[in-house]
Design a protein around this ligand. Structure first.
Ligand code: NAP
Length: 491
């Protein structure tokens, strides 16, 4: 899987059970977002020929993998989980170096990938259909879930091992073969995940990794008629394009997209608890979670003092090298992302929105070598402004004051997204009203907007998803199709 040129390792694709370079021999560079002088590795810059080879390998392996017992498939996933568990420390370090979240978060995410592999190993022993009564008492009437065939897995950079794991593990568990195209910014985590699955004993062609750009790899992959299912997590703009392509050729598609997640803080809340979870929800992973808190909708009676406390806490966060133990906030993933977020912040400032803390790029003490933006808080944000409506995907939080829960829910819902939402209150009646009224696929009371356990469904409402769900029992629905069987005794 790895070759070394002048101390910088080179990584290939994994196709048909072999690690191999792109057919063209082209490579893409992967650099540390905290220090762009640090070249992490060179990865296959693949093209159409590599995608073709990967799909052909997936097609060849499809029937035999579908006919492998579910328990045997689960055993391989379980073995992979053990291999990854033994490499969590290294994996977390590499993730932090490649993506920019802190070492603690990198280890946490790698541990989550272990749990996901384990969970889906267990899922293979669960029922795979249902038995029904028939109008004819002698008829055996049941459903069985069968794999789709070859599926494309297309993932973003912000959870570079957990998201691939939560798509690939169920795809394989339920008997599909996979062509995996990871984000170009985080190919190393993808290689590491594929390594453990390959070492665990996946037969050749069952899982194929093709690294490279959206245009050269992603497009030909989603357009290929042999690819029956597409599971995509990423931006809304790309998701809409893929939906169109899938609709034209009748492929099954699942989209997990952006968010503009609110945390509502009522005056009766435990404000220390709310402060902790709003700051963590907004700033951990440098605000680059689809479930990050980007709007604090605060009851007007406490909005002033709560905003002040938020500003003090956010202004005091230690920004720096994600591998340093004292660092709380790392860089943005790329220069383009940092410039985009800084531009949005500058625009809000020019429009007169009240800046409480942050508000600019950070360049001192060596931070100029990376893509750093100061953790930023705005007060008195209008719900209809860009800050109130658009996913910024960076360490930026806006406070929106409101008069009570009804207005808070109305404001929270007045965006095109509906991924996750939190409420902080001690009032059970208000908590129940919030759960009923909020338009979000994942709802928290007295905890942060981020977080996803593998045993429950995950996904958004409205523009955040395509109405399907990932993880938990829901994963089986996407990665399988139903067959209904009537068996009657011979006459
Ligand atoms: P992105 O630009 O949409 O890219 C996502 C993936 O799609 C990457 O692998 C990308 O490849 C690929 N891609 C882009 N254009 C494509 C095309 N035309 N055909 C096929 N593949 C294509 O998103 P991102 O910037 O990586 O991720 C950030 C977004 O993901 C945010 O909006 C965030 O909210 C969302 N997200 C959602 C969830 C969720 O579960 N709801 C979770 C995490 C992130 P390249 O890397 O080569 O461009």
């Amino acid at each position: 899987m790895t070759a070394t040129t002048s101390a910088v390792p080179t990584y290939g694709n994994y196709i048909g059970g072999e690690w191999r370079p792109a057919a063209s021999g082209a490579l893409l560079e992967n650099r540390n977002p905290a220090d762009t002088d640090d070249l992490i590795g060179r990865f296959a810059a693949s093209g159409k020929a590599d995608v073709e080879a990967a799909i052909a390998a997936g097609a060849e392996a499809a029937a035999s993998w579908a006919n492998t017992s579910a328990i045997a498939r689960g055993n391989i996933l379980y073995k992979a989980s053990e291999l990854l568990a033994a490499r969590v420390e290294r994996g977390g370090r590499e993730l932090a170096r490649e993506e920019g979240k802190t070492l603690k978060e990198g280890i946490g995410e790698t541990t989550r990938a272990v749990q996901i592999l384990r969970y889906f190993a267990g899922e293979t022993a669960q029922p795979n259909g249902e038995h029904y009564p028939s109008a004819n008492p002698l008829t055996l009437l049941y459903t069985v879930r069968e794999p789709l065939g070859i599926v494309a897995i297309i993932t973003p950079w912000n959870f570079p091992i957990a998201i691939p794991a939560w798509k690939i593990a169920p795809a394989l568990a339920f008997g599909n073969t996979v062509v995996f195209k990871p984000a170009s910014l985080t190919p190393l985590c993808a290689v590491r995940l594929v390594e453990v699955l390959a070492e665990a004993g996946l037969p050749p062609g069952v899982l194929n990794l093709v690294t490279g750009s959206a245009g050269e790899v992603g497009e030909p992959l989603v357009r290929d008629e042999r690819v029956v299912g597409i599971s995509f997590t990423g931006s809304n703009a790309v998701g809409q394009e893929l939906k169109q392509i899938a609709a034209e050729r009748g492929a099954k598609i699942q989209l997990e997209l952006g968010g503009k997640n609110p945390a509502i803080v009522l005056a009766d809340a435990d404000l220390d608890q709310a402060l902790l979870h709003v700051v963590n929800g907004a700033m951990m992973s440098t605000g680059q979670k689809c479930t990050a808190t980007s709007r604090a909708i605060v009851e007007r009676a406490i909005a002033g003092p709560f905003t002040q406390r938020l500003g003090e806490r956010i202004g005091g966060l230690r920004v720096g090298n994600p591998l340093a133990p004292e660092t709380q906030i790392g860089p943005l993933v790329s220069e383009e992302a940092a410039e985009r977020v800084a531009g949005e912040v500058a625009q809000a400032r020019q429009a007169g929105v009240q800046l409480v803390t942050g508000g600019s790029r950070l360049t001192e003490n060596g931070l100029n070598r990376g893509h750093f933006v100061a953790p930023t808080l705005f007060a008195d944000v209008s719900p209809e402004s860009r800050l109130g409506q658009e996913e910024l995907f960076g360490p930026v939080l806006g406070v929106i004051p409101v008069d009570g829960l009804d207005e808070a829910i109305a404001v929270a819902n007045r965006v095109r997204f509906g991924l996750s939402a939190s409420l902080f209150t001690r009032d059970l009646g208000k908590a129940l009203a919030f759960v009923r009224g909020i338009q979000a696929g994942v709802v928290h009371v007295n905890s942060e907007t981020a977080g996803a356990e593998p045993q429950v469904p995950f996904g958004g409402m409205k523009g955040s998803s395509s109405y399907s769900r990932e993880q938990g029992k829901a994963a089986r629905e996407f990665f399988t199709q139903l067959k209904t069987v009537y068996i009657d005794p011979p006459a």
